[in-house]
Design a protein around this ligand. Structure first.
Ligand code: M6R
Length: 602
């Protein structure tokens, strides 16, 4: 959650920090703030609500220092402790206003620290856990004997050692222009290395316009950036080095490129994203998965749904037992992880805390972990035994679209690597073209969205790989259109959920490929059952599947694929439907309420 940016260099920091915040706003949009250091002055502005509110405030400020200071930090917030108000917006300041600090994460021992600081006479100006870190850092800075930027690093190490929980902290001090110091524990932070300028950010999209050279940090590290240096140490002061990497995302990938929403752009990018995921991998993967006797897939939200789809392919093609579990539940039930268990952790961001904790648990129990991830420099791949990057490019919209399709693609590649199902490589190679065709045929879905925009509820049903697609369709609609939407295994309807259906209830039916004859026919029966109770049936069916026509109020066609690859097609109309319904209802498609893209708290 929360997006963090820092800059120390030879250019005015404000524009660079604000650009970074624009790219990181998907991480949280409850408030935003910046601090700039110029000639011994610390200038701060912060505002509740989206970044645009901060931009308006800044436009009205006339102090020139703000425009010329070459050291700065910025924050965009997803609120945890304290409501989304101006006073809880970051940066938080020391009592004398000479130090500014921003925070992502949760400081678990903040109540005790706050009480101690209050007893020492510190007056708090916010309800956040973060403000304690600002006061602690300022107090430690006063106690450090050395001067200059090194003092900031030492004060940050001392501060970090007193904190419990998850945190990325960035701080600047009025008396130390040209330096930004940061600490990291269980919360994302990457360094960008430029020429006579350096950057810090929650992820590389914030600075990739300025540099392609980045450094991954380890846990429990402090990093000090000045225009000409990056110095990394452990919290105990031991010198450390990060892992350098090149950023291969292109800058335009993080822009809307004429699309109304990032989500629409990302839906449109799916053919290329899937092609990139497949590139050079159809003949096998460069992965040493060892002796795999059981697979456990973990992930959250959309990533969990991708895992549910993959289970069918892994078990059918590779005949390896496969469990799928929500990462947030995994470690709390003492899962049995035997030698030969491969845990596959799926995460677009690579930072989801529930998934990260599950990865750590799995490794501590002796399992090997393969990460399927989109984001270089993120924590989950770094802490896994192996990684398969999805190559989807930046996904900015909160609702996952291309992440899902590229995760499915990567998972199918893994399943193929463990087996060698005939014909699947050729079918996968054809998928990008099929997606292009499908995306060109979405007008009926957009029209349907207008019809359904006022529905009280929308139900989704599917079987086999269509069941997780139904769950994914419902999740998209909930998160974007704030409608009651539920996905069900079609066979379960008669065990309860069918009672939800009354006259006109839209039911979206994901029909299996006719090649799965028995299942297909059962879903056709399920469609008749809901229709008999008044449902308005919207049927997603393969081209040429005419069995569904008599029972469908609307048919949406998708290209033919092998049955196990069908979710690569059937998901797409559901993405477009949710996006279009949300737009028709007048909601912010890219930044739905209460959510953030990267969920770095448990
Ligand atoms: O970054 P991750 O893939 O780990 O994120 C997992 C979920 O938070 C994410 O898929 C979420 O469910 C999406 N916003 C749904 O569209």
């Amino acid at each position: 959650m929360c997006g963090i940016v820092g800059y120390a260099g030879g250019r005015p920091a404000l524009g660079i920090v604000m650009d970074g915040l624009r790219r990181l706003e998907y991480r949280g949009y409850d408030s935003a703030g910046v601090a700039v250091v110029d000639a011994g002055e610390l200038l701060v502005e912060k505002k509740s609500g989206k970044l645009v509110n901060l931009e308006k405030c800044l436009a009205e400020r006339v102090d020139t220092g703000f425009d010329v200071g070459m050291t700065g930090i910025g924050h965009t917030r997803w609120a945890t402790h304290g409501g989304p108000t101006d006073r809880n917006a970051h940066p938080h300041l020391s009592a004398d206003g000479r130090v500014a600090l921003i925070h992502n994460g949760i400081i678990e021992n903040f109540a005790r620290l706050r009480a101690d600081l209050a007893a020492d006479g510190v007056e708090f100006r916010s309800d956040t856990d973060s403000e304690v870190a600002a006061h602690l850092f300022a107090a430690e800075l006063r106690g450090v004997q050395i001067g200059g930027p090194a003092a900031l690093a030492e004060a940050m190490r001392r501060t970090a050692r007193r904190l419990e929980g998850a945190f990325t902290l960035l701080a600047v001090a009025a008396d130390t222009p040209g330096a930004v110091v940061a600490a990291r524990r269980n919360s994302p932070l990457v360094v960008g290395r430029g020429v006579r300028e350096n950057f810090l950010a929650s992820d590389v999209s914030a600075f990739m316009e300025y540099t392609r050279d980045a450094i991954e940090l380890g846990q429990d590290q402090v990093v000090l950036i000045t225009p000409n240096a990056v110095e990394i140490t452990g919290f105990d002061g031991t010198p450390a080095v990060g892992t350098a990497f090149r950023i291969d995302w292109n800058v335009s990938a993080a822009e809307k490129d004429g699309h109304e929403f990032f989500m629409l752009k990302e839906i449109a990018e799916q053919p290329q994203a899937v092609a990139d995921t497949l590139l050079g991998r159809l003949d096998g993967l460069d992965l040493d998965l060892g002796d795999v006797r059981k697979i456990v897939i973990i992930g959250c939200g959309t990533a969990y749904h991708a895992g549910m789809v993959a289970r069918y392919a892994i078990e059918e093609w590779a005949r390896i037992p496969c469990d799928v579990e929500m990462a947030s539940e995994f470690r709390y039930r003492s899962p049995i992880l035997e030698p030969g268990t491969l845990v596959i952790a799926i995460s677009q961001s690579g930072e989801t805390m529930d998934t990260l904790m599950a990865v750590r648990h799995a490794r501590a129990e002796g399992a090997r972990v393969l990460a399927i991830c989109n984001t270089h420099g993120s924590t989950i791949p770094r802490e896994s035994d192996a990684v398969l990057y999805t190559r989807g490019g930046p996904e900015i919209a909160v609702a996952s679209t291309k992440a899902f399709l590229t995760q499915l693609t990567a998972l199918h590649l893994v399943a193929m690597d463990l087996s060698s199902p005939p014909g699947i490589a050729a079918a996968l190679a054809h998928v990008p073209d099929q997606l292009r065709t499908l995306l060109g045929e979405m007008d009926p879905v957009r029209k349907l969205a207008n019809d359904l925009a006022d529905a009280r509820q929308v139900l989704f049903i599917g079987r086999h790989v269509g069941y997780p697609v139904a769950l994914e369709g419902a999740l998209k609609l909930k998160e974007l259109a704030y409608m009651h939407a539920e996905g069900f295994a079609a066979g379960e309807l008669k065990h309860g959920p069918i009672a939800l259906i009354d006259e006109g209830t839209p039911v979206i039916c994901v029909v299996p490929s006719p090649s799965l004859r028995l299942l297909h026919d059962k879903v056709v029966s399920n469609i008749q059952e809901v229709r008999a109770r008044g449902a308005r049936t919207v049927v997603i069916a393969e081209e040429g599947d005419d069995d569904v026509v008599p029972y469908a109020d609307t048919v949406i066609r998708v290209p033919r694929t092998p049955a196990l690859l069908a979710p690569l097609m059937t998901t797409v109309p559901l993405q477009v439907l949710a996006c279009s319904i949300a737009a028709a209802r007048g909601y912010d498609v890219d930044q739905p309420r209460n959510l953030a893209k990267s969920v770095t708290v448990e």
